[in-house]
Design a protein around this ligand. Structure first.
Ligand code: NAD
Length: 394
């Protein structure tokens, strides 16, 4: 039986015979230790809408403490003596963001004797070792759809920055220079180009919707969950293999989760199969692209430019080679953490916690792992919760 559920972001998820949305048994209804790993904001934390920082603790500290829980919010997450390492041993719930991810590795899961719940304040749960979480029946949830529009807007911005050669033009102005030819010699229109997305879920589809008015020559996508013909026609996109996509595209945007299949997907071999002069925008995860292979491809000119906001690990080392490679438009991981998005993912985390403590089923679209299995089809081809994109989702 098919069931249609409208998600928080007006996206539609079609769920095939899904029976797994049962309530998790909350072993301790009160007095849980809730560990939040969030970026440090310092002075910026005075902006109360900056909910996703350690200081503002997603706006949930008072609410959780009023129910008897202990809240530990830290940005100190690396190494054996970090606060994260210390507190995960007896934490019941870990909440983190992809922007400053607390990596919930198999080693950490092994020593986390109380851990029942990992929540991503945002989208993308690759910072959790999902197989290890499943061995201990730890629920893994994210706030699906919470920042997909924010990211899609960033992708379009990044494409324009690369194709129009914006970054050198801007830097030139700040340096007091005026060399029109130096910018114009590598500046093109988006109109008339072939553009493809690897992954056509919530973000990928929104990127296509936003690119269609630029009148590209063709829009392509590769995904093992093809969207409906109706949705394809609505944006004028064609489903192709990854090989065809990379061979044909002038501009590639990567919008798939980081999984064993996508880790290192854009390696030396795949980059070599890309059209010469391709622009690549990756706001999905840094580890989908091989660090050195990309540097080599950009330096040789095979890749005309690279942009995005995702790195591995995060924060990126100050010596990360992508910081200094030619023709890039990289930023820190910010695309999905606009103030608008922060409100949505903070509310979403509260909804997940409310359901957990009330022993109510989670919203299916938010479930990555539950009952010892990966249920999200975006993370596993055998996952039960299928992802579909609705026309009304933009
Ligand atoms: P989604 O689940 O709606 O869509 C992901 C799509 O990728 C699915 O359709 C899935 O079938 C497809 N996919 C999975 N493996 C694939 C593969 N090997 N090849 C092609 N397609 C594949 O997720 P979304 O909301 O669109 O987000 C996508 C990813 O973007 C997230 O998993 C996350 O890593 C990243 N993200 C980044 C930010 C940011 O701030 N930079 C914010 C949100 C999400």
């Amino acid at each position: 039986m098919l069931r249609t559920i409208f998600s928080q972001s007006s996206r539609v998820i079609t769920q095939s015979a899904f029976t797994g949305a049962r309530a998790l048994s909350a072993s301790a209804v009160s007095r849980d230790k809730v560990l939040m790993v969030l970026y440090e904001a310092g002075e910026a934390a005075k902006e109360q809408r900056l909910l996703g920082c350690k200081e503002n603790a997603l706006g949930l500290r008072g609410w959780l403490e009023s129910q008897g829980h202990t809240v530990v919010a830290t940005s100190d997450k690396e190494g054996p003596n970090s606060e994260f390492e210390k507190h995960i041993e007896d934490a019941h719930v870990v909440i983190t963001t992809p922007f400053h991810p607390g990596y919930v590795t198999a080693d950490r899961i092994a020593k986390a004797k109380n851990l029942k719940l990992c929540i991503t304040a945002g989208v993308g749960s690759d910072h959790v070792d999902l197989d290890a979480a499943n061995t201990k029946n730890i629920g893994v949830y994210e706030v699906t759809g919470s920042n997909v529009t924010s990211v899609a807007e960033h992708v379009v911005m990044a494409i324009l920055c690369l194709v129009r050669n914006f970054v050198p033009a801007h830097e030139m102005i700040k340096k007091g220079e005026w060399k029109v030819a130096d910018v114009a010699k590598a500046s093109f229109d988006v109109e008339g180009k072939v553009i493809g997305t690897v992954g056509c879920g919530r973000i990928g589809y929104r990127v296509l919707q936003r690119l269609q008015p630029f009148e590209p020559k063709e829009l392509l996508y590769s995904d093992y969950q093809p969207i409906s013909k109706e949705l394809e026609d609505a944006v004028g996109v064609r489903h192709v293999s990854l090989e065809e996509l990379v061979a044909k595209c002038d501009i590639i945007t990567i919008n798939a989760p980081l999984t064993p299949e996508t880790r290192g997907l854009f390696n030396k071999e795949l980059l070599a199969k890309c059209k010469k002069g391709v622009y690549i925008v990756n706001t999905a995860r840094g580890a989908i692209v091989d660090t050195q292979a990309l540097v080599d491809a950009v330096e040789s000119g095979h890749v005309a430019g690279y942009a995005g906001d995702v790195w591995f690990p995060q924060p990126a080392s100050r010596y990360h080679p992508w910081r200094i490679m030619p023709r890039h438009a990289m930023t820190p991981h910010v695309s999905g953490t606009t103030l608008d998005a922060q409100t949505r993912y903070a509310n979403g985390v509260k909804d997940i916690l409310t359901r957990y403590y009330a022993k109510e089923p989670q919203q299916p679209q938010n479930i990555i792992c539950e009952g010892g299995a990966i249920l999200s089809r975006a993370y596993s081809k055998t996952g039960k919760i299928e992802t579909k994109v609705s026309d009304s989702g933009a």
